[in-house]
Design a protein around this ligand. Structure first.
Ligand code: SF4
Ligand code: SF4
Length: 96
């Protein structure tokens, strides 16, 4: 499936697709081996605004139960999601 332009910006969160990367655009090998910090979502603070989901450069944040979750197999630990999260629901923690 090729990327396409939408005629209008989705008005409702439910109209935003489940994932930000289309199938052919996914990374094919896990890259977590070189990550030394990882984002951790505090579900209590998360308001489900989807800003992290929309800004993650690798499309590894996905919608789940009205909030979001992270695919750690492909997250590179860049921290953009933490910076974009206004409610402060994401903290970067050291890999163990
Ligand atoms: S930006 Fe923060 S509050 Fe919004 S969905 Fe992501 S984790 Fe939740
Ligand atoms: S740390 Fe970077 S790659 Fe990982 S979920 Fe956040 S924005 Fe995406």
């Amino acid at each position: 499936m090729k990327p396409f332009l939408r005629e209008k910006i989705p008005a409702k969160l439910s109209e935003i697709p489940e994932y930000t990367a289309y199938e052919a655009g996914y990374l094919v090998t896990g890259n977590a081996g070189w990550r030394n910090i990882r984002p951790v979502i505090n579900k209590e603070k998360c308001v489900g605004c989807l800003q992290c989901y929309l800004h993650c450069p690798d499309g590894v944040i996905f919608k789940k139960d009205g909030k979001v979750d992270i695919d750690y197999d492909f997250c590179k630990g860049c921290g953009i999601c933490k910076r974009i999260c206004k409610p402060g629901a994401i903290e970067m923690e050291a890999e163990k």
